[in-house]
Design a protein around this ligand. Structure first.
Ligand SMILES: Cc1ncc(COP(=O)(O)O)c(C=O)c1O
Length: 386
């Protein structure tokens, strides 16, 4: 992979330019790789005026289903809709409880509320940032209808344990695969373990569109057919409104971008893995920085998340010197003001709460150069000892 190109496109960063900003995510490198194909595809769509759903969307849906190893992919408007429509299609609704981790992006919980069900939050495991199967088991009640494991940071959640619990208790499994396109364990990819999976093609995701987009993945023909109807105003055919649906259609221009990028996704995920390994080597001797503990299988490193004490000060110092680190996420859902209605108190989920104060996402994207990574690590080493 041409890392000089990356340096050239990341705001002029190079070995000789020590003060250049290092972004958390740089999408310009990816765009340079696919730009000719994207422009040709845009011209094709504009000439054909086939802007919504249509051939480009069908082509992408088929290719992404193949990539994920599922029977069907249904393109929708964004990842939150994908999760909501997947829940609705498997029959989750008012009166149901859905178990999900408190340390996820808020959209996972929003999808549950939007179908009229109640989110039941659980902690993550002590050794990682993924849903804790023991906590899931303890949270199951007679109202539980589904479990939503989240493949956070590009790591597959413990799907064997989650699916076994679901099978024993007659629950649906809806995977939140927004951060894990291509993550693999025992030959199976994110989105292929549960009854359905929802994914997001928000621009910064491993497979990102040029705007909002998402998809539902499922092996069930019934679930796929229901999502297809729901996403298009409940229509089974033109003017044949069989369900109360919504407008959550994927548009053709986004499908062009996604098809062009999908052809490179394995290679780009491999580049993320190489960059993660490089951080591991560079950080091995840096004291006071806890390295990420990837889950078994092949993670796709959507984010490279370390843990440090005095995180907010470290982050501020990094930003001052032009290293754009981030936090994913600073507040677990149960401590967000909007979610006080769920009735959880501080201290309810100690592992997630402790991590929320310590986690720091370092710049990582396909095309990040060894020089950029070396500078991130040098600045981090200085920041943690300041
Ligand atoms: C874990 C997770 N779930 C759901 C979503 C929601 O996706 P979108 O922003 O496309 O609605 C995201 C993306 O931000 C996410 O990271």
């Amino acid at each position: 992979m041409n890392t000089n190109l990356a340096a050239g496109l990341s705001g002029g960063s190079s070995a000789g330019d020590e003060l250049a900003e290092i972004p958390l995510v740089d999408l310009r490198w990816q765009h340079a790789v696919v730009s000719d194909e994207v422009r040709a595809g845009f011209d094709r769509v504009i000439a054909g005026t086939d802007f919504i759903l249509g051939e480009e969307v069908s082509r992408f849906e088929a290719a992404f289903a193949r990539f994920c190893g599922v029977a069907t992919c249904v393109g929708v408007a964004n990842g939150t809709d994908a999760l909501e429509l997947a829940l609705r299609a498997v029959g989750i609704g008012p009166g149901d409880e859905v178990i999900l981790p408190t340390n996820t992006y808020v959209a996972t919980a929003e999808a549950v509320v939007r179908v009229g069900a109640v989110p039941v939050l659980v902690d993550c495991g002590p050794a990682d940032h993924l849903i804790d199967p023991a906590a899931v088991a303890a949270a199951i009640t007679e109202r539980t209808a589904a479990i939503m494991p989240v493949h956070l940071y590009g790591d597959l959640a413990p799907m064997d344990e989650v699916c076994a619990l679901a099978a024993r208790n007659g629950l649906a499994v809806i995977e939140d695969a927004a951060q894990a396109q291509g993550a693999c364990r025992d030959g199976r990819r994110a989105g292929s373990f549960g009854d359905a999976g929802g994914t997001s093609f928000y621009p910064g995701k491993n497979l990102g569109a040029y705007g909002d987009a998402g998809a539902v993945l499922t092996g069930s023909p019934e679930t796929a057919a229901t999502v297809r109807i729901l996403r298009n105003h409940g229509q089974a055919g033109t003017h044949d409104h069989q369900m109360i649906g919504c407008n959550s259609r994927l548009d053709s221009l986004q499908a062009v971008v996604l098809s062009a990028k999908l052809a490179h996704l394995d290679e780009w995920n491999a580049d993320r893995r190489r960059a993660a390994d490089r951080y591991g080597e560079l950080l091995a001797d840096v004291e006071d920085v806890a390295l990420p503990t990837p889950a078994p299988g092949e993670p796709v490193w959507h984010l490279y998340v370390v843990e440090v004490a005095h995180r907010n000060e470290v982050l501020a110092r990094l930003r001052r010197v032009g290293v754009q680190a981030g936090i994913h996420y600073p507040t677990p859902i149960h401590l967000m003001p909007a979610w006080e209605v769920l009735g959880y108190r501080p201290g309810a989920f100690p592992v997630a709460e402790r991590k929320a104060g310590r986690i720091l996402s370092l710049p990582l994207f396909p095309g990040i150069s060894p020089d950029q990574q070396a500078r991130v690590v040098a600045e981090l080493a200085t920041a943690v000892t300041a």
